[in-house]
Design a protein around this ligand. Structure first.
Ligand SMILES: NC(=O)c1ccc[n+]([C@@H]2O[C@H](COP(=O)([O-])OP(=O)(O)OC[C@H]3O[C@@H](n4cnc5c(N)ncnc54)[C@H](OP(=O)(O)O)[C@@H]3O)[C@@H](O)[C@H]2O)c1
Length: 241
């Protein structure tokens, strides 16, 4: 049985970079739980690169999926890190076109999933009085982009939960941090048309989209820095300024 770092959405761009960074920086001391939902091939390919890892499939927008992930982790060892990274940015719905279905989809995946995973994993971490949770937010928690109202609301709420959980869990030896990426080169941003990308870049002080590794580096910093909790760390190239 060993200490486990759980990365949700490890089949995606940012999640894969986070998993690789944790494996490399912890020098293999942490076993990686590589969670995925639909993209089994990506999760398995990543697992082949990381010797002490295992994959778990779960739809985290459901209570059953979240329980399946927790059970799979507990069967292998003790959770030390939970990286709430899985998320979606669609549907894009302008303010007056927001649908109940779109709202439910975004809220269940981007807010209910990390909230209840935090609650349940933190109960396990509290037994050892040791653990760290990192929630992946977004620059859009602080920025209006047409079509992103509900996405923005989920990420702003996730940041609020980060501060609340940090306050309540600190005395139990658990730290909780949020990392808020700007626009990062992954599948999520790949389909943005070139003209729109150019427009977005004019609003970024550093003038480019970021690499997933930039987010992974900061997640590792949050894991490693034992005096860091209740912070929201922007890694956005200066987009939220
Ligand atoms: N890319 C950006 O510019 C950017 C900017 C700010 C914040 N973020 C945030 O960063 C995180 C990762 O984004 P990314 O760019 O790496 O996106 P991505 O490449 O599209 O990956 C998204 C991940 O989330 C998983 N996922 C989606 N719905 C799920 C569900 N219902 N249950 C379980 N897992 C689910 C996907 O699993 P499968 O593929 O296996 O189905 C995938 O692993 C997200 O929270 C996103 O909001 C991204």
């Amino acid at each position: 049985m060993s200490d486990i770092a759980v990365v949700t959405g490890a089949s995606g761009g940012i999640g894969a970079a986070i998993a690789k960074a944790i494996h490399a920086k912890s020098e293999g001391q942490l076993t990686l739980c590589l969670h995925y939902n639909g993209n089994a091939a990506a999760a398995q390919a990543l697992s082949n690169e990381i010797p002490n890892s295992f994959v778990v499939k779960a739809n985290l927008s459901t209570a059953e999926g979240r329980k399946a992930l927790l059970d799979a982790v507990l069967a292998k060892g003790t959770p030390y890190c939970l990286i709430n990274n899985a998320g979606i940015d669609k549907p894009h719905e302008p303010a007056l076109m927001i649908t109940e279905a779109g709202f439910e989809k975004l809220i269940s995946t981007n807010l209910a999933a990390p909230l209840f995973l935090m609650r349940d994993f933190a109960k396990e971490m509290a037994r050892n009085e040791s653990g760290v949770i990192v929630n992946i937010s977004s620059v859009l928690a602080r920025k209006a982009v047409i079509g992103s109202a509900v996405y923005r609301a989920t990420k702003a709420a996730l940041e609020a939960l980060t501060l609340q959980f940090a306050s309540e869990l600190g005395p139990k030896g658990i730290r909780v941090v949020a990392v808020a990426p700007g626009f990062i080169e992954t599948a999520m941003t790949a389909e943005i048309p070139e003209e729109q990308r150019a427009g977005i870049k004019t609003g970024v002080a550093l003038g480019t989209f970021g690499a997933p590794e930039a987010i992974a580096e900061t997640v590792w910093h949050a894991i490693e820095n034992q005096y860091l909790t209740g912070a929201v760390i922007a890694v956005d190239g200066g987009m939220a300024l």
